[in-house]
Design a binder for this molecule. Structure first.
Ligand code: NAD
Ligand code: ZN
Length: 358
């Protein structure tokens, strides 16, 4: 038996208000003439108070990241090529935003040092050279992108991350004050991404005590904030931020499962966002995760969230085939969920029936 030896984030700072330590933290990483680049979620583009707290110095660059759509490889190339043309080299990339901006920051940092196009590195361990210094600062919590070894990108032929030892951030800054006020639906969809990570990890065949210890704690925090508590307070933000971190750590050593495998198919074809897509799928997964889905339904009811239905109603035969191909390609996820003989259990016909239910 060979155990995975995985690269983790190097430095973590956690605490309400710790965002203001950013200047001091990145100072030793600044190289003469090479700017620090801040990728800021477009949600903050007109928030002058927040922007004034970003420690821009000398020729530093602030880029407003458009996350209307989840990050595409072409967008990563556009930013990285633009920076190379303008500055030659940069001191680092700081991503401030939700999972989309964090993934964009990781991918851009990789493309500052690796040749070719971002699409060339979609896959496992394809990145050859160490990325430039990179920092992740979540402003929504749930995806676990702050700790993961991947950055999910939609390319010309696939939706797949750059999964490598060079992908995790060098530094993350976890300031629960930054996620205050995320709109209810968005908070729920991204929070449920974390909840689903936990259910899929804890129920998976890859589970070990490393994953279980993080997964159980994260699951309990999700249950606290989405089921037990009646008001959303500062402590809820603190719990959600740490649940996201712990949920990410849980799947680092295990894997996600059926909801993610199916939702990848959906988002590849329809562009459905990750958190929402997972909710749409998980809503119908009683046969795989009975307890988790029952609890999820109670959370949906309690928070009066609308989960879209009928999203596959008008799709063509070809569309279904495309979704099934993408979903079936997520072999590790299926293996984690259903075991090594998953192909006997999850046939194309069964998967088609599942898509039709959505
Ligand atoms: P997101 O980053 O796509 O952002 C959703 C929306 O919230 C955007 O409109 C954004 O502008 C806005 N927003 C950001 N911060 C806000 C704030 N503080 N207040 C109000 N609005 C705010 O959403 P997400 O769910 O965090 O991330 C989803 C992305 O993460 C997908 O691209 C998915 O593929 C990726 N992902 C990555 C991993 C990984 O391991 N790398 C894991 C899961 C998901
Ligand atoms: Zn997820």
């Amino acid at each position: 038996m060979k155990f995975r030896n995985f690269k983790m984030v190097d430095y973590v700072v956690y605490g309400r208000g710790c965002f203001d330590q950013l200047d001091e933290i990145i100072a030793p990483k600044r190289m003469s003439g090479a700017p620090m680049v801040f990728l800021l979620d477009h949600h903050f583009q007109n928030d002058e108070v927040f922007k004034a707290r970003i420690p821009l110095r000398d020729n530093d660059e602030l880029i407003i990241a458009d996350v209307t759509y989840e990050p595409k490889t072409s967008y990563v190339d556009e930013i990285a090529i633009g920076l190379k043309n303008k500055f030659g080299q940069v001191s680092g990339i700081v991503g401030i935003g939700g999972g989309s901006v964090m993934d964009l920051a990781k991918a851009t940092a990789i493309m500052m040092t690796n040749d070719g196009l971002a699409q060339d590195y979609q896959g496992y361990d394809l990145v050859r050279k160490r990325a430039v210094y990179k920092v992740g600062i979540p402003t929504i919590s749930g995806t676990g992108a702050e700790v993961s070894r991947t950055c999910v990108l939609t390319g010309p032929t696939k939706k797949l991350g750059m999964n490598s030892d060079f992908t995790p951030f060098d530094q993350i800054i976890l300031d629960p004050a930054l996620i205050k006020g995320v709109p209810k639906n968005q908070n729920f969809y991204t929070g449920m991404d974390c909840y689903i990570h936990c259910v899929e990890s804890l129920d998976g065949t890859f589970l070990n005590m490393f994953s279980e210890s993080y997964g159980q704690k994260a699951l309990q925090m999700c249950q606290d904030i989405y089921l037990k508590k009646d008001i959303w307070d500062d402590n809820s933000d603190e719990q959600l931020m740490m649940a996201s971190y712990a949920g990410g750590m849980s799947i680092a050593y295990s894997q996600v499962g059926v909801a993610h495998a199916v939702s990848y198919g959906l988002s590849y074809l329809l562009g459905t966002k990750h958190g929402l897509g997972n909710c749409i799928v998980f809503n119908h997964l009683q046969e795989f995760y009975p307890k988790g889905v029952e609890e999820f339904h109670r959370m949906v009811d309690k928070h009066q969230i609308e989960i879209p239905k009928g999203v596959c109603a008008n799709l063509s035969e070809k569309d279904f085939e495309t979704m099934i191909d993408v979903s079936m390609g997520m072999k590790l996820l299926w293996e984690n969920a259903l075991g090594t003989n998953w192909e006997e259990k999850m046939t194309r016909t069964r998967l088609r029936m599942l898509f039709e239910k959505l």
